[in-house]
Design a protein around this ligand. Sequence first.
Ligand code: FAD
Ligand code: UDP
Length: 395
Amino acid sequence: MNLDASGKQATGSQGFDYLIVGAGFAGSVLAERLADAGKRVLIVDRRPHIGGNAYDCYDDAGVLIHPYGPHIFHTNSKDVFDYLSRFTEWRPYEHRVLASVDGQRLPIPINLDTVNRLYGLNLTAFEVESFFESVAEKVEQVRTSEDVVVSKVGRDLYNKFFRGYTRKQWGLDPSELDASVTARVPTRTNRDDRYFADTYQAMPKHGYTRLFQNLLAHPNIKVMLGTDYREIVDFIPHGHLIYTGPVDAFFDHCYGKLPYRSLEFRHETHDVEQLFPVGTVNFPNDYAYTRVSEFKHITGQRHHATSVVYEYPRAEGDPYYPVPRPENAELYKKYEALAQARADVTFVGRLATYRYYNMDQVVAQALATFRKLQARMASAPLDSGVSEEELTASR
Ligand code: FAD
Ligand code: UDP
């Protein structure tokens, strides 16, 4: 039944050209693009809502929250920003984070103020550069998440800001994780205290769920929620399958479980206007949670109450993060080979391609995937997979 990436011959007049598994950014962007190209699309999600992990909603107090943790949009890609701007207006927002260290709340990424306040110094931007050089450790080859940090800011700052947080978040020592994980957080010699430095930093003005509603509003798209695709895949005529769930689950974990890190979220509402001075406070060294985020900073909502979320890392539970380390990359390669052999299925998204992607990178990947599918629609025979060079990711 599901044979053809173009969906041309496969479905007949009653069926769908594409069955898309997962209504997060990967699935929803592809649904919109394919529907716009005249294809009939069925998108299913086992959750009772669209948006995947970016879903937002109002809690009982009427505060707009992100049930799956704080989602801040940022990108360097004009293409991605322009594309999404067709489905949402924006509210400018620059995220700021403080880390609770040695009884102070200090800017993270580490910057000039972090160093001066932590050590009671009064260094200039120029002097702090020499300071970093004097404490940095020589690392021949930067391979791990420990290497990245100690080679830039030395052991003490590493221990205070990164070691404990990373061990808590991943259940692994930074020396066991790829450099790319802690490299997400830069070091600065100036006083810039924004968490991200991207060209475009903004939140969807009416929330992510509204953005997804707009993406999926096309008459060619049917949405089925609360449904695992396995319940319907054999009964609903469809052409090509697009899968955005965990890749190991698709293949029944035939090579064993691919590790994904999970989180438990503790949501709270407080009857005060504001609890924290910034959107997120990190706790590298205390408590079982890694960070707390206060949504009103992020969404700009005005309300007499405020809602926050604490994140508790977990080994078991819904898969949220791929775990970047060599042995997992090896295992993923085996699943990737199976995926590439399936010309009838396209794998896309953070879980299906086992990449620690931000939202904009997933959108870029989905747009690149669409261009591939479009090329296939125009010409048979078909190949499979997306080339990574096509990505216009921001990091
Ligand atoms: P998902 O959003 O995970 O969507 C996949 C969907 O597939 C899910 O809804 C799932 O229910 C569905 N599915 C899976 N299996 C099946 C099945 N068998 N049948 C039916 N449906 C199925 N990115 C940023 O850019 N900025 C941030 O600030 C940010 N913060 C984050 C904070 C947290 C705590 C987390 C976990 C992630 C954060 N991200 C952030 C990353 C962002 O969530 C992802 O990049 C993005 O949501 C991935 O989209 P996706 O479509 O690939 O996957
Ligand atoms: N990190 C850290 N201390 C911090 C912030 C981040 O050690 O105060 C490390 C940690 O390993 C974390 C990674 O850097 O998982 C990436 O941080 P980011 O804020 O990008 O994580 P995400 O928002 O994706 O959970």
